[in-house]
Ligand binder design. Sequence first.
Ligand code: SUG
Length: 420
Amino acid sequence: MLTEINFDGIVGPSHNYAGLSLGNLASAKNAGKVARPRAAALQGLAKMRANLERGLAQGFFLPQRRPDEGWLRQLGTDMAAASAPLRANALSASSMWAANAATVSPGPDTADGRCHLTVANLVTMPHRSHEWRETLAQLQIAFANEAHFAVHPPVPAPFGDEGAANHMRLCAGHDRPGIEVFVYGESGGPFPARQHREASAAVARLHALAPERTVLALQSEAAIAAGAFHNDVVAVANERVLFTHEQAFADREGLYTELRGKLPEIEIVEVPASAVSLADAISSYLFNAQLVTLPSDEMALVLPGEARETPAVWQWLEAHVAGNGPIRHLFVHDLRESMANGGGPACLRLRVVADPATVDPRFIATPEKLSAIEALVARLWPEQLAVEDLASPALWHELVAARAALCRELGLEELDRGAF
Ligand code: SUG
């Protein structure tokens, strides 16, 4: 049976605050702070476990091999000789944000009835631009069943593609044909627009989506300038519900009208700027919550603690739940370590609508497997990581060994062979 499976990125042992993401205010603000990779990974695993206990299907992707020496070799250098910025780029744990791994079009939306996944090229940010090789390798293993899945390599540079973070699907139910909304940026004040229209259009073509059920929408410049480097920082969709900030899109009325025409049962829950400012929405990650349908058929938001700590945001949420809105439950999680680099609950997961039985079981979470991963993380992930530590050869070896141990634990040694 087709269900939504959330694949969370397991946070890698090299999680650190090098401040690499221009336009991501949290990353800039926390640059130079001491990170806690072990706590970061355990926070993510606790969220996965809780979602599993809520009756949701849960999968995961492995952290990538860091440092990425293959990438440095392509640049004619290695960890010993590289400059500090290049070294930090080679060490980033940013593949944890699985919403940027790929764009996913489930079978009911595509011409051949298979679920299509296009790996994101992430070309705008150097530290993310080398993720795609291993992401492709993991997706080719997890979704190797060609009767059900088609995995595409990234669209070529220079067309920036940041994956599902700029893609929303609206539908009457996950297993029904959906409207796929591709959100791109053109300008963002002082910040780069990371998702290019040409890349979005290419993904829609590659996935053979019906043009009448495909929408291209321009992100508002104000949102990018305020720190919404991905659209999932200001809007999220689930089944018939679009939950969005008033200032997310350049032409909100035009978009809403188009969506209402394509999916009459759509429910648009818009938070006005007068209730929650863009600044509060972005620092609290109100919209980077996971909007999920529980087995009871009610919708819930899986939120970061920062949402509860932001008075305007929490007030709006409490009023919505007390009223007659479609969101019936609020679940709050401590994801402080990921949040400090600009990654909330929704950034950490890639949604795939598929029959879990068609996915390689090594990527599917069970309570026992999560316990085994937690034990390994508690043993092998550094407790603390400062930016100065990134220069330590002993650390590089420790990081490679820790990740190799996880590959072995999960029976995915093939991911540890060769450089990606
Ligand atoms: O690409 N942060 C990520 C956060 C990604 C969040 N994802 C979604 N919104 N879906 C980014 O900016 C920080 C890395 C650093 O500074 O070390 C970073 O890459």
